[in-house]
Structure formats: C-alpha cells, structure tokens
Design a protein around this ligand. Structure first.
Ligand SMILES: [Zn+2]
Length: 270
C-alpha cells in the first residue's frame, strides 16, 4: 500500500548521524508538531540533502510516515537561510538554546503553529546586529512560557490577582517560582511554607521582565534597556524554567551559557 506523503515548513531541532552516510533529524513543523525523519544518504555530496538540513534555516520538507516513529524524508529545500547565526558564537549559542526549548515544548504529530511562528520569529530576530543575543533569548523564553501556559505574573499577584503592586510602598518585589510570579505582601506571608522560595527583587528588574515579555521580537532592535536588570531577568527566567521543567537545559549549563555570562547580581532568598 502506498503511503501518502506530507509536506510542511520545518525548523531542524536536532540532527544525529545514522550509519555511514545518513542522518536522523528532529524537526518542528507548524501542522504536525515535532517529527523525526531519516534522511538517507544525506552526507553524500550528490545527495539532494547535502548542505540543506542545517539548524536555524526555515525549510520545506516532504516525508512519508512509517509504522515506527521515524518517517522517511523524500525532499527538502531551503525557504530561508539564516547564515548570520552560524558565524557569531553568541548568536549561535542563543539559537541552540531556543531550539532546545522549542523541542521540549513541541508535541509529536500535533499542530504547533504558534510555537513554530514564535521560534521562527525569534531566530529571524536573532540575526539582527542591533539585537543583543542574551536579551533575545530571554524574550524567547518568556514567550515560550506564555505559550505553555506558564507565563510568570509580573503585574498582578500570582496568588490572589491583586494589581498595581509596584505602586505599593514596598521597596522590593517578591517573586515565587513555585507560586508563578509576583506575590503581594499578604500572599507572601501566607506562602512561607518549607521549600517555597520567595526571592526579593528590585522593581526595576520586574519592570524590565514585563517589558521583555510584552515586546514583539520585531521591536527588540529598538528596545533600550539598562544592561544590569536584563542580566538579573535572565537569571530569574532561567531559574523559573528550571523550576517548572524540573531540569537545567543542556544548552545552558556552564559559565558560558548565554544568560549567565556577565552576571553579577545575585538573587537574595527570603
Ligand atoms: Zn496576593
């Protein structure tokens, strides 16, 4: 029985060598979510896939599903090449971090149009020389959290919904990773249970986080933010992701991870 082929736009999330000359790719597509495909002979110079199945580019893939999870790639072409990301180490690392998080959020063989658009837009924006790669990654992470239903509360109390917290007299904001964001003083007192960590943050950090969470990627090049609060937002978002994913992302381990470099501010535990 002949298997009908599928065609969709795609971003390569991961690649593994398979045998002498083939490649297995994991890709994110708008209509079919995360897919795994075998690209037979991809490393042969005369293969139609040679130099096509690269990270960061938007591709069009055609494949046939099989009874296993691994489909077979039948055709691939580049729709948008993003060479700017491979030639700059900071942009490359930020792009790899985006792809790792996109992979964790992508469901298999389900529509993921919003995640695809978010990831593709972030990679496109990362090419802009005026965009700081660390800031672009934070904005991507915050967008990813929003798409996953985990957006941290930066305006209202995450527990009771009380608004306008920054207008209260408290000199610092209180943020709970487990509680989902800012806490008002009443909910902060109520949440003092063992294991529930609440960190004190300058309001400037909260405002910077809110700005990064609400700025579309195409407006990032024109965004002017103080560097130090951005570094602290990066630390905050990294810990928020770790808490909710229950792991540290592989691409962000070590002192050179994008959102850790240049960090000086320490979050104080309360
Ligand atoms: Zn509250």
């Amino acid at each position: 029985m002949r298997v009908a082929s599928k065609t969709d736009r795609a971003l390569i999330l991961r690649r593994f060598r398979y045998g002498e000359s083939s490649l297995v790719v994991h890709a994110l597509t708008p209509r079919f979510g995360r897919i795994a495909l075998l690209a037979k002979g991809a490393y042969r110079l005369r293969s139609g896939y040679f130099g096509v199945l690269d990270l960061f580019d938007t591709l069009e893939l055609t494949w046939r599903d099989s009874r296993t999870d691994l489909g077979t790639l039948a055709a691939a072409r580049i729709l948008c090449r993003r060479r700017g990301l491979s030639g700059d180490l900071d942009r490359y690392r930020a792009g790899i971090s985006m792809l790792e998080l996109a992979r964790l959020g992508a469901r298999e063989k389900c529509e993921e149009a919003r995640l695809f658009a978010h990831t593709e837009g972030a990679l496109e924006g990362l090419q802009e020389a005026a965009v700081d790669p660390g800031m672009a990654l934070i904005a991507f992470d915050l967008g990813w959290l929003a798409l996953s239903g985990l957006a941290p509360a930066f305006e209202n109390c995450a527990a009771c919904g009380r608004s306008s917290l920054s207008s209260l007299r408290s000199p610092e904001a209180f943020f709970s990773h487990g509680g989902g964001g800012l806490l008002c003083s009443t909910c902060r007192t109520a949440s003092r249970s063992p294991g529930e960590q609440v960190v004190a943050l300058p309001w400037k950090v909260v405002q910077t986080a809110h700005t990064l969470a609400t700025t579309p990627p195409e407006h990032l090049p024109r965004l002017r933010l103080c560097p130090q609060p951005v570094v602290e937002v990066g630390q905050l978002v990294a810990r928020f992701l770790e808490y909710h994913l229950e792991r540290r992302l592989r691409s962000r381990k070590g002192p050179d991870a994008p959102e850790r470099r240049g960090s000086r501010g320490k979050l104080r535990l309360r």
